[in-house]
Design a protein around this ligand. Structure first.
Ligand code: SAM
Length: 157
């Protein structure tokens, strides 16, 4: 068993029929791993700038190796700003748990155009909202409560 939370469950509820799910700034990888266990994606690419974070993904993967195939997983140690995402509508990017200033820098990656986006900044969500509005990117917004905190969830496409 691996941990999940109300915020992670809400994110996973928005994922459906995805080919490649990109769990960006994945840290422990709980979003991508729980999505795979729930059969929401064919494969997951976990991206983090920190090696200790990717080691946490490996540790969690060992706990659920009976539930998911390791061939459906790729671990990438990189600044997500520079990653070459496969740009198709079948794919989905989840960017959660970072501030909106960094999130917007990642969104400026030219390989991010057609994918579905699930964006859950942990601070300065107004910066993300202005960015999407200024770029005329259509989005819907909801929120999830976890303990005493509310997290905004932005969906694109
Ligand atoms: C608080 S964790 C978020 C974990 C998970 N996404 C969630 O929402 O539960 C933030 C992670 O972002 C990673 N990170 C920060 N800047 C990054 C960057 N430029 N590219 C990739 N990963 C980054 C950190 O190493 C850390 O593991």
């Amino acid at each position: 068993m691996i941990k999940s939370t109300a915020r992670i469950n809400a994110i996973i509820d928005f994922i459906s029929d995805v080919n490649i799910l990109y769990d960006i700034c994945c840290d422990h990888g709980l979003i991508g791993l729980n999505a795979l266990i729930a059969n929401k994606a064919n494969s997951v690419v976990f991206i983090d700038i920190s090696l200790p974070s990717l080691n946490k993904v490996k540790f969690n993967l060992d706990k659920v190796s009976d539930k998911i195939s390791s061939s459906s997983i790729e671990l990438v140690h990189l600044d997500a700003i520079n990653y070459s995402f496969i740009n198709t509508e079948e794919n989905c990017l989840v960017i959660a748990g970072i501030g909106a200033h960094l999130l917007v820098k990642i969104l400026n990656n030219e390989c991010i155009q057609k994918q579905k986006l699930i964006l859950v900044p942990h601070s300065h969500s107004e910066v993300l909202e202005s960015y999407l509005t200024d770029k005329e990117i259509r989005f819907s917004k909801s929120s999830v409560k976890e303990k005493s905190r509310s997290y905004p969830i932005f969906l694109v496409k």
